[in-house]
Design a protein around this ligand. Structure first.
Ligand SMILES: *Cc1c(COP(=O)(O)O)cnc(C)c1O
Length: 356
């Protein structure tokens, strides 16, 4: 605390990211990073960018990157907005598009950064409970009345459960009064994308990150796609905040990544295959595993508390994520899908603990 703090600082509840400890031999399955490095083409592009051009500012419009993203998704360049990680993109979305005098709707169990942005920008929130099977129920959002906007992670985090395209379409079309943000951080691991709905729906914004499926969490690149009028609103906020959110190395690496479909497809397929192997291993130990379309699984054991299991894994140098709140998810562990060897180490360690 300091008497020099502004009023707003006193009311903030900052997001707490998963740990990044430096422990020798750690099996790190707590923050949904890729176990595989980025494409070699990305590393080469970054190395090539560390030249004398670093003395110059980067392109404030990130034009070359936005062009490859637009081409990749079959949209126009003015429909693409990029930021320093999708966290920054989301923050600008809250400010530019969701700051209205009505509650913002999102699932009660979802990405815990959403309420943090809402507090920062003074937006009222109304969490909508997931149903008994931890699923998003679209009818609840259709019936919710006036709102500042709707945010749905698809697949949801930390449950991993995905909504199908027809359900997303029903939501977007049924709530033309509000911006619907679909956070597709994990979509590449097996969910339907809402992108085909963008052309017909001026209220839809689809947010993506290069941190998970493109193995670039350390580079900090995210983007979103919507109709040009929404993107223009975001640019107004961005250009009132930081003209250069993406540095030259990030622009070079991200552009190369979007061009390398082969590496992307290979690593993604390996993670999807390892996920099936991990789920089978966990189920054989008696775990209940929610159906995951992401690069993590959400699992609970009927006889062992989540906190106890997470602590036991930690003492065996395996890190997973455990959320104490809300109480409904306290029994669960959120486990990132690693390499097959990492998944096997996790299942073996849990086997020791649950005595199966
Ligand atoms: C990881 C994650 C993000 C943020 O990703 P960045 O690394 O900031 O691009 C956004 N939304 C969800 C649901 C996530 O899990």
């Amino acid at each position: 605390m300091s008497r020099y703090w502004s009023e707003v600082v006193h009311h903030l509840t900052p997001y707490v990211p998963g740990e990044q400890p430096r422990i020798e031999g750690l099996v790190k399955l707590n923050t949904n990073e890729s176990p595989y490095g980025p494409s070699p083409a990305v590393l080469a592009a970054i190395a090539a960018a560390t030249d004398e051009a670093l003395r110059l500012y980067p392109d404030p419009q990130s034009h070359a990157l936005r062009e490859v993203i637009a081409a990749h998704h079959g949209v126009a360049v003015d429909q693409v907005f990029v930021g320093n990680g999708s966290d920054e993109v989301l923050a600008h979305v809250w400010m530019a598009l969701l700051r209205h005098p009505a509650p913002l709707l999102f699932p009660d169990i979802s990405y815990s950064f959403y309420p943090v942005y809402a507090r920062l920008y003074g937006i009222e929130t109304r969490p909508i409970p997931l149903d008994a099977g931890f699923r998003v129920e679209v009818n609840d959002y259709l019936a919710a009345g006036p709102c500042a906007g709707i945010v749905i992670p698809n697949p949801n985090a930390p449950t991993g459960i995905a909504l199908a395209l027809d359900a997303l379409a029903r939501l977007v079309r049924g709530r033309q009064d509000a911006v619907v943000v679909v956070d597709e951080a994990y979509v590449d691991f097996g969910a339907d994308t809402a992108l085909p709905l963008v052309a017909d729906n001026p209220n839809l914004l689809v947010v993506r990150t290069m941190s998970k499926s493109r193995a670039l969490a350390g580079l900090r690149v995210g983007y979103c796609i919507g109709q040009a009028s929404l993107i223009e609103g975001l640019n107004r906020v961005k250009d009132s905040f930081n003209s250069y959110p993406l540095d030259r190395l990030a622009l070079a690496g991200a552009t190369a990544s979007m061009r390398d479909d082969v590496w992307f497809a290979q690593t993604r397929a390996r993670i999807v295959a390892s996920r099936a192997r991990m789920v089978a291993g966990l189920e054989a130990l008696g775990f209940e595993v929610l159906p995951s379309a992401a690069n993590f699984v959400f699992a609970r054991h009927p006889a062992h508390a989540g906190a106890t299991l997470a602590a036991g894994l930690r003492s065996r140098r395996i890190l997973v994520r455990h959320f104490r709140e809300p109480a409904r998810i306290a029994p669960f562990l959120r486990i990132t899908v690693g390499t097959d060897a990492q998944c096997d180490a996790l299942v073996a360690a849990l086997g020791e603990m649950v005595g199966a």
